[in-house]
Design a protein around this ligand. Structure first.
Ligand code: GLV
Ligand code: MN
Ligand code: MN
Length: 424
């Protein structure tokens, strides 16, 4: 069967399956930022962009850009509508998180390329790296580069093996000294759209294939450390110990309590990574380092929860005679989707599904959190089975992907209609 006779959903699935073979771990999907696997995935995505009629380049941060120029001259023909998502993954990931958005963009461009009515603006597809923020203690590097939100002092941060972001970028073929030059200028873009799996259960439970996103939750990532005193597991009496891991256990329970207390603001807190040192069975842990990911539907709730957690950690420190620390690694306020793009996405979904979509907030983080620094953002969610994500069981129906790509095409058409007035 040739490409033209297959459904968009079938084609998306084939492309997603092809990307899922590019992994660091056989039998699992793990593709971290600036690794050989990321490079290979970027190459393949570039090839697809070219095949769809786009001119392709990789930027200094490793993001792939595919550009389809405007189809006709006019007041907006030099401006771009950006559409993107990410091609890095978590460890042992599902195959749709991020990749679906990039592939949906490429297939939408293929659909639009041959339309009788040419677009009044250019479309640029972006395949970012580092949406997951797994390899380095930094996240959204690709989208922050394009949106000019990167900030300083990140190039010397290292991964677990001591490789700096600077060296990883150089090895990848990026350019650490040119990141600032990649920032887009506000007036040259018309907005940023992203299609992403919901990663939660709302659409599945409601029996709806697609939804429109209202905003992306407020998010913080922190590094916590507890310094106690290492000692002999057989000789130090329980009453005189300064066991850093027992203190960490108490802190983790306190974190859970704080998040539950702020549940009305959809507060969630996760300690997903922990290291106890020296890490041997017959030594009392002297040092523990762990991560905290904290999110809420409002910035006030997240910052109140963070302050409360700091207080609770200090209390544990005093009670147990250990030194505690909590360092902020990443903070992003609520990223609100622009009403005009929400409307365009809703209209488009209604056009292809025949019913008004649900509007929902995203608890998951997305590149839009950085892109909102540059331009208006709009997002469409696609149902995933039982809301499972960040898990190899992540699953999306082909029919839903088909609808999502057609709704993306329709969204672009709605925006094009708004921009076709000659007086703009
Ligand atoms: C990325 O998926 C995140 O929400 O952390
Ligand atoms: Mn994602
Ligand atoms: Mn993810």
């Amino acid at each position: 069967m040739n490409d033209a006779s297959r459904s968009l959903g079938d084609r998306a699935q084939a492309m997603i399956d092809a990307l899922a073979t590019i992994t660091a771990e056989p039998g699992k999907l793990t593709r971290l930022y600036l690794t050989g696997e990321h490079r290979e995935a970027a190459r393949l995505v570039g090839e697809w962009m070219r095949r769809a009629g786009m001119s392709v380049r990789m930027d200094a941060a490793g993001t792939m850009h595919g550009l389809l120029p405007a189809g006709r001259e006019g007041p907006d023909s030099r401006r771009r509508l950006l559409i993107g998502s990410h091609i890095d993954t978590v460890v042992d990931a599902g195959r749709y998180d991020g990749t679906l958005g990039v592939i949906a963009g490429i297939l939408a461009v293929e659909e639009l390329r041959d339309r009788a009515v040419p677009l009044p603006f250019a479309i640029e597809i972006l395949a970012f790296g580092d949406e997951e923020g797994v390899r380095f203690p930094k996240t959204l590097i690709g989208s922050s580069t394009v949106s000019g939100a990167l900030g300083d002092a990140m190039l010397e941060l290292t991964d677990e093996t001591g490789v700096t972001i600077r060296d990883a970028l150089l090895k990848f073929g990026g350019d650490p000294d040119a990141l600032a030059d990649e920032a887009y200028v506000r007036g040259t873009v018309l907005g940023y759209l992203e299609v992403h799996i919901e990663q939660g259960p709302v659409l599945d439970q409601a029996g709806q294939p697609l939804g429109v996103v209202s905003a992306i939750a407020s998010q913080g990532r922190y590094r916590l450390s507890i310094k106690g005193e290492a000692g002999h597991a057989g000789t130090v009496p329980m009453q005189t110990r300064h066991d850093a891991l027992v203190a960490a256990a108490q802190v983790i329970l306190a974190i859970e309590e704080v998040a539950m207390k702020h549940a009305r603001a959809s507060c969630v807190a996760t300690v997903g990574e922990i290291k106890a040192m020296p890490g041997t069975s017959n030594v009392i842990p002297g040092l523990v380092e762990f991560s905290l990911d904290l999110r809420a539907s409002t910035d006030d709730a997240r910052s109140a929860a963070a302050s409360e957690i700091r207080r609770r950690i200090r209390d544990v420190g005093v009670r147990r005679g250990v030194l505690v620390g909590m360092e902020t690694m990443h903070e992003k306020p609520v990223a609100t989707c622009a009403p005009r793009l929400k409307r365009a996405v809703s209209l488009a979904i209604e056009r292809v599904t025949g019913s008004r979509p649900l509007e929902l907030m995203s608890g998951a983080g997305h590149d839009g959190q950085a892109m909102v620094n540059l331009t208006d953002i709009g997002m469409m969610f696609v149902r995933c089975r039982a809301g499972i994500s960040h898990n190899p069981l992540e699953s999306v129906e082909r029919e839903d992907m088909d609808l999502a790509i057609r709704a993306l095409v329709a969204t672009i058409e709605v925006i094009a209609d708004e921009h076709s007035g000659a007086d703009r």
